[in-house]
Design a protein around this ligand. Sequence first.
Ligand code: GLY
Length: 376
Amino acid sequence: MTKTTTAPSWLDAALEFCVGKTRQNLSNLTSFPERTDGGQWLQTAPELHGWWVGGHWVGLLWLTYAASGDESLAVAAREWASRLLPQLNDQADHDLGFLFELGYVLGHRLTGDASIKPTALQAAGILSRRYNPRGQFIQAWGALDAAPELRGRTIMDTMMNLDLLFWAGQETGDPRYAEIAAAHARTTLSHHLRPDGSTSHVCDFDPETGAFIKQDTHQGLSATSCWSRGQAWGVYGFADCYRATGDPVFLNASRRLMVYLWPRLPADLIPFWDYDSPLIPNDVRDSSAASVLASGLLSLAAIENDPNLASIWQNRAISILESLWKNYTSRETGEASLLLHGTRSKPHNLMDHGLIYGDYYFVEALMRLSKPGLSL
Ligand code: GLY
């Protein structure tokens, strides 16, 4: 099999649609979009300063700026990014990577403006303080003096926040950033990843001794099931770790997650919300799991050392994106989100809507195809 080099015929139309709708959303939004209801964005409360999703909206503005060359989108990205700043004073969450890598590092990469960097370095410093050296993991939720249940909790999503630490390590020359990120990834590999290549959403540890307690879930079906967005975070996050460290254990982890999930996708390649749902095929999909997976696969394809596998990852990503573009976008229906049929959390009764992170990773993946030389 040879690596696909030609851009798909629908790529330009898809990007044009994404840029147009983002411009439209920009003129309507007063706070950060999170999910849609009745086809319109529900916006996060201003006092949340973007909650965990603000970086995805800023990142979308940066990406559509890069796609279109429209400077007004870069101006908007900077303005919205500044609204994330109060989160630097709130140290109760691991999501600083989602917020400040997409809100700031991406802006630096796309514009070359070095004045954007110090804020992202500050965020990385705060994130690194969430590292528990006894258990060798980054605490997902809650303050550093929270109850033991929170202090000992890890989630698959944190795999996406490690790249901010790797970046900070390269910028500062301080090896501790990469050590923390790689140690967390190894702990995730040892405890979230099961022999069949599936992952648990959550793991609990004793925060004092670091001892592993159990697998669990928050947004998946059960402690023993595989939540589809968590699995996609893993494919993407382990690929990032391989790029940053060159350690083949992370490349193998990303591959193993793919071996598990690929045969479990339905014919149109858009995952159900949890691979173990007993309601499949009559259950809701999660288009955001598909877009995270597609972008992660393109990233994996770019660093895969087996050319055959690189082609497979690239072709699979394109197939997922084509399915999203043709059957899951709002291009003929008019909703405010780019993608339809995401699932924030079925256990919390939040499903079948647009999700800003689904939209972000859709455009990120399209941009990886459209401008492969771009550093994303
Ligand atoms: N990081 C939260 C989620 O994936 O829904």
